[in-house]
Design a protein. Structure first.
Length: 304
């Protein structure tokens, strides 16, 4: 089909459904303004030096802010910490979510109640959950230290959120608690769509539970797994609230991720131009990761 005929057909479709397009036009315009204007505004600001503490005017500097990103050692360290935070959180969320989904998929008394209770972390407001865990991790009065000391697993209290070696692990565990119910409920929906006849046939052939999981469950869940882990990865990558409330990026920047690093550059040090350039870099990092993941999903999905 030629380009002209394709355009002609599209115009005919628009004319045929012009009332529908007219009705959704106001909402589409509002959505475009809300989404696109901030994006273009940040992109525009990234080419300027905007530092109100030093001068009132925005000074055009071209790609200087982006060059600064490449030479900023703090940014390189933050990239590694962001990768550790994202992949660690999503991996734990997936393992726990898959385990919970497999258990809840079985018929037992109280399954509905268990499903509702497991969804509480996801339903709870992020700020409430973060502050609850901040008290639980408290070095002197936290319940985590109390439980571990009662079980004789640690000899003394540990400052989990203030220790360089423990802070990142603590926030990853907290984020895992927050995010695994989403993966659990999505995988549970996928499990319930797998024909039971496949498991009946595999049991007749003498397949073990591990073999059923490897050769039936996981391959048929692959489309759901890829979509849910992609969404969980994007949400975790941009998760500002938990890091900021729990540690503020400390101690010594050891739990800073890109979003908290950008926030500090813009609203603590007032380097708005540099913060805008970092935001643009963050946008392209997430976009590249998402496109690569979608490509993998299209290649590996058994239903495409």
């Amino acid at each position: 089909m030629s380009l002209i005929s394709l355009i002609t057909r599209k115009f005919k479709e628009i004319r045929k459904n012009r009332l529908a397009y007219f009705l959704i036009l106001p909402a589409t315009l509002c959505l475009a303004i809300v989404l696109l204007y901030p994006l273009f505004r940040v992109f525009y600001m990234s080419f300027f030096e905007i530092e109100p503490l030093y001068h009132k005017e925005a000074i055009f500097t071209g790609i200087k802010n982006f060059q600064k990103i490449l030479s900023d050692s703090r940014f390189k360290g933050t990239i590694l910490q962001t990768a550790y935070w994202t992949f660690g959180s999503v991996a734990l969320q997936f393992i726990i979510g898959l385990t919970a989904a497999l258990i809840i998929n079985e018929a037992f008394w109280g399954r509905g109640l268990a499903r509702a209770l497991l969804l509480v972390p996801w339903a709870m407001p992020a700020v409430v959950g973060a502050f609850s865990w901040k008290w639980m991790w408290h070095g002197e009065y936290g319940v985590v230290n109390h439980i571990l000391k009662t079980l004789h697993l640690i000899p003394h209290n540990i400052n989990w959120l203030g220790g360089i070696s423990t802070a990142m692990a603590a926030v990853i565990i907290t984020n895992t608690w927050r995010g695994f119910p989403f993966i659990m409920i999505m995988l549970l929906a996928g499990l319930q769509n797998i024909p039971k006849e496949l498991y009946d046939a595999s049991s007749i052939d003498g397949a073990s539970v591990g073999q059923e999981l490897r050769y039936i469950t996981l391959p048929l869940l692959k489309p759901v797994i890829l979509v849910t882990t992609l969404l969980a990865g994007i949400w975790t990558f941009n998760n500002f609230a938990y890091i900021y409330i729990l540690t503020g990026g400390g101690p010594g920047g050891k739990t800073d991720i890109l979003v908290t690093f950008i926030y500090k550059q813009g609203f603590r040090f007032f380097h708005f131009g540099y913060a805008a350039a970092l935001s643009v870099a963050l946008f392209f990092v997430v976009l590249a990761f998402s496109l690569l993941y979608i490509k993998i999903m299209k290649i590996e999905s058994p239903f495409t």
